[in-house]
Design a protein. Sequence first.
Length: 161
Amino acid sequence: MRERVEVVAPASTANLGPGFDSIGMALNLFTTVRVELAEETRLFFHSDSLAGLPTGDDNLLLQVMQKCFAEQGKELPPLHVHVWSDIPLTRGLGSSAAALAAGLVASNALLGEVYSSEDLVQLGTAWEGHPDNIGASLLGGVVIGSWDGQHASVVRVESPH
């Protein structure tokens, strides 16, 4: 198992045009998460905007990481989780999707890349309930997706240059 992982995930905007809960676009604001094996689990928030977020088992990052490990029949090891973010919270810029994406990718790296990109999209969409923000935060660019309650289908749209 890797001892240290750092992940950067972008903010996103969604509901573009007629694409309610289905079209999302990554933005140039980011959440950075660094996780390292430790003796006990602790969260460290390094951005003022993150003050007041949960630091226990009710923290989104820890919850998604625990789920990723549990899906593999493993227990999340004790970690120090450091978080920086310039994504404003509760402003419709996908701050929770960026945190979710960072947690999914960090967990996958710690587990030895057991999940494919498709798997991460499935896990993230199941968590969020729609693929727009999480798809953009995981894949970057513009995404179009659907979710039938059990399976997500997400396509990253290449922009014409």
